[in-house]
Design a protein around this ligand. Sequence first.
Ligand code: ZN
Length: 320
Amino acid sequence: MATEQDVILGVDIGGTKCAVCIGNTRGEVLHRLSEPTDGANRSPEAVMNSLADKGKTLIATVGAASVIGVGVSCGGPLDTTTGIIYAPPNLPEWKAVPVRSLLEDALQLPVRVENDANATALAEWKFGAGIGTQNMVFMTMGTGIGGGIIADGRLIHGRNDLAGELGHQTILIDGPLCGCGKRGCLEALASGPSIERSARESDLPGREKRVLHLAGGDLNKITAAHIVQAAIEGDDFANAILQRAGRYMGIGIANIIQMLNPERVILGTIAVHAGDLILEPIRKAVSEFAWKRSAEVCSIVPAALGDRAQDLAAIALWLQ
Ligand SMILES: [Zn+2]
């Protein structure tokens, strides 16, 4: 069990940048170093060597005796038992990279590896919007829809670390094609790219009023951020797009509520930026599609950690 004086080395491996930090058990990040991943020009081993060097620098700063372990947060698929990463979508060149053994050899500390959605779920549970709960679900709502499940007070992994892939539940048979190859996944209906596509392909009136203007007049340059911005300004077209995405998201969350009976569902990214503009249609669909007794004990709230989430995700791995 970690004590007040203990610190943890957190390593966040992302598709565009990586970071190494030292954090304590209260969720305070004390030191931090980051660098571009540059996966196009650097091998996974070169990236890991560089992160290990940064880790050594930070460990020397705080004194090795206070560091209880290393937490690594990275896109999945990965194996939490062996600590091997299997070519996540944001790092396609990382085929079977033994992240844990590379860092254990370099740093002489125990290393835990977890996929970033699960790690962020732990961070929101320990330090953010999930404090005090025993049953909560965290879902990202950005480029993809990832998830992490805390059930009866522990993170659920499943047989081969694929529990919590909540974005790939089928919502609409024969719906739009998903990045995973299936049709009608939640991710293909409510993620950032699917909201953008929905705005591009919509035959609803009023797109030119604000959304297209924010995109510089180019239909192909519409982003989810433009749609959220226009909706905040009161634009009807943007609001209708968010309402539709929110309804699909709400159906997906209602399914999760039926399965897990959580007390809180925490939503990241678009839900944080759009707030009630998307949370209200989500809550409305949940009240329509989930049982009343399970829906009424479950609050649906935006994530609380913001920019700190990635650092704290890696730290939180040592506080389970
Ligand atoms: Zn899918």
